[in-house]
Write a protein that binds this ligand. Structure first.
Ligand code: DON
Length: 604
């Protein structure tokens, strides 16, 4: 039996709610989205003045019998605007700013600061990120606020006695110079309409008045207790040695004071003022090397987005120092050489995806790095003729073996949020501390965690990092350099050039393949956004030589065929944490947060 995911909309006000019921032993999503389902599409009325989507009709999808992710997607439909993030309170902060007349950039910055308060394992004034902005007038820009290596960083700083240490992931040495405050403030100043002071008010309120810890936050604290316990955050997050329990009101007065200072004085409070002193003091305490000079030198960079096309759709994506845009376009360009892709559940489709992922990752890991230090062959890697040549080496019935490496994965945390406003301005932001709670180092006086982004460099070129990524000399550590990222904030236009989708993800290298799969599910497999997010995912990054898939997501016969083709199949519980919004056929906005995680879509 196959599990069918069908639509049976239930509306509350102008919002469609999701529910599910048990069907035999399986859970079946029965109330996805009216506006994005084939059946309900016929009933839906067009919102006056809304642009209609020009996509083909949505199909009724089936997934393998064993496929039952933790949650059925909770799509939210609204008329004007939408915010989707991994935290309900942060999404609400964005919606609050939109309702006050702010645009998508104002709202995105409000979400970013709110995540620092309500989503401490990834929300990050102690980290960095990327933002792709497309204004309603068509102007598009990519904001790079990736961390940089401190000036005292050296190529072999994590190698001792010929062995890689854990210092690129734990403790002060792991942190790059944080970019989030500078990046968000710069984006706001250029493309926002409100003051930093005003957009930060929801975050300041949440830090001052507190919020109620939910079970997901409590569990994540428990899972990272060993890391947090080594540093000063233990007093806040593990009182009496135990994670904050669900239901606890968490007030963060130190963080509130930090946020107030940034709101009143601007990013200079963070990079030159008292917060810079607090960071440097904490670095001294916890073995870090970030100096006041490093902080004073930090600059976010406005870049041209990578622009790609796929079957008539246009994608705006992140250029280096993230590999996300180039790698995703390289994957899609290869896939475009198939006139029609095979059925979603077939072994043939999984094989084609795995092979295109693998080829793009081999390029990613050896040819991309910080453009201030190395040259990136972007034109070649995103060229359709190059993709054609790569795709032509894919054998129809055989896995291509890459050089092998064997590695283990670790827990990690990043977070993505997608925003669209009533005028059609769109912001796609992915931001991270890298691992959950970053390096573990907690700036005690400032109330925030520091990142462990230095691990995204090739600490020892040719050796795997915590994501198993084996990268080349091009991404070796150099002072002031940005470490190569996989973050892939993306904005998609439909074939008529209208804004269609705002999407991105957390999940290290699986970000690239996860975002690509949701886009493919919509464009090629004609799924609703809810189904596209719910659908089982897979990943291949060339090294290690294995095809990772979500347990229960491949049918028995697909697994048998893939094994016969030479794939080493590696099941995992869940892949990638995507947050996306999309225009429904009738012009409404549909927001879906990751069904494998926590979050909320909030619109109006
Ligand atoms: O920039 C990168 O590619 C990584 N630091 C992202 C890490 C990540 O997504 C972990 N999250 N779940």
């Amino acid at each position: 039996m196959k599990i069918r995911s069908t639509a049976s909309p239930r509306r509350s006000g102008n919002r469609v709610q999701a529910s599910f019921r048990k069907l035999g032993h399986s859970v079946m999503g029965i109330a996805l989205v009216a506006a994005v389902s084939a059946t309900a599409g016929a009933q839906a009325t067009t919102v006056a003045g809304k642009e209609r989507s020009t996509r083909p009709p949505v199909v009724d999808m089936s997934f393998p019998e064993g496929w039952a992710p933790k949650h059925v997607p909770v799509p939210v439909v609204d008329d004007h605007a939408m915010v989707v993030s991994n935290s309900r309170l942060a999404s609400a902060a964005g919606a609050e700013i939109l309702k006050k007349g702010g645009n998508a950039v104002d709202a995105a910055v409000a979400v970013g600061f709110a995540l620092e308060v309500t989503f401490p394992f990834a929300g990050n004034i102690g980290g960095g990120g990327f933002m792709v902005i497309r204004m309603a007038n068509g102007q598009a820009v990519a904001v790079d606020y990736r961390e940089t290596a401190p000036l005292a960083a050296t190529r072999d700083m994590y190698v001792e006695n010929g062995k890689l240490t854990r210092k690129s992931t734990v403790g002060g040495m792991a942190s790059g110079v944080p970019g989030s405050v500078a990046g968000m403030a710069a984006a706001l100043a250029k493309y926002g309409t409100m003051s930093l002071h005003d957009v930060m008010q929801p975050a300041i309120r949440l830090a001052t008045e507190g919020f109620v810890v939910d079970s997901a936050t409590s569990r994540s604290l428990g899972a990272s207790a060993r890391l947090i316990n080594q540093f000063d955050g233990a007093a806040v997050f593990l009182p009496d040695g135990k994670p904050l329990q669900p239901g606890t009101l968490l007030r963060q007065p130190k963080l509130a004071a930090t946020l107030r200072m940034i709101a009143d004085k601007g990013p200079s409070a963070f990079y030159n003022g008292p917060i810079a002193d607090e960071i440097v003091n904490q670095m001294h305490k916890d073995g870090g090397i970030i100096t006041k000079q490093d902080l004073a030198d930090y600059k976010p960079i406005f870049r041209e987005p990578i622009v790609g096309t796929y079957r008539g759709y246009t994608l705006y994506a992140m250029p280096p120092s993230s590999s996300g845009g180039v790698t995703m376009i390289e994957i899609l360009n290869q896939l475009e050489t198939w006139k029609k892709l095979p059925d979603f559940n077939s072994a043939e489709y999984k094989h084609i995806l795995a092979e295109t992922f693998q080829r793009a990752f081999i390029d990613r890991n050896t040819k991309l790095g910080d453009p201030a230090f190395v040259s990136n062959p972007i034109a070649m890697l995103t060229d359709k003729a190059y993709a054609q040549r790569l795709a032509s080496t894919i054998k129809p019935d055989r896995a291509t073996p890459p050089p092998a490496f064997s590695v283990a994965a670790e827990a990690m945390h990043t977070t993505h949020y997608s925003v669209v406003d009533a005028s059609g301005n769109a912001v796609s932001t992915t931001t991270t501390l890298n691992s959950g709670f970053g390096s573990g180092v907690y700036v005690a006086e400032g109330g925030f965690f520091m990142n462990d982004e230095m691990d995204d460099f090739a600490s020892e070129p040719g050796k795997p990092n915590q994501f198993g990524l084996v990268q080349g000399e091009i991404n070796a550590i150099q002072p002031g350099k940005r470490m190569l990222s996989a973050m892939s904030p993306t904005i998609v236009l439909d074939p008529s050039g209208k804004l269609m989708m705002v999407i991105g993800a957390a999940g290290g290298p699986t970000i690239i393949t996860g975002v690509a799969q949701v886009i493919l599910n919509v464009i090629d497999q004609h799924m609703s956004l809810a189904d596209a997010m719910y659908a089982p995912r897979m990943h291949d990054q060339a090294w290690p030589d294995e095809l990772t898939y979500e347990a229960g997501g491949f049918s028995r016969s697909a697994m048998d065929s893939l094994t016969a083709m030479g794939y080493k199949l590696h099941p995992v519980n869940a892949l990638t944490n995507v947050n996306a919004l999309m225009r429904a056929p009738d012009g409404h906005w549909v927001g879906v947060y990751e069904p494998r995680s926590t979050g909320a879509a909030v619109g109006y």
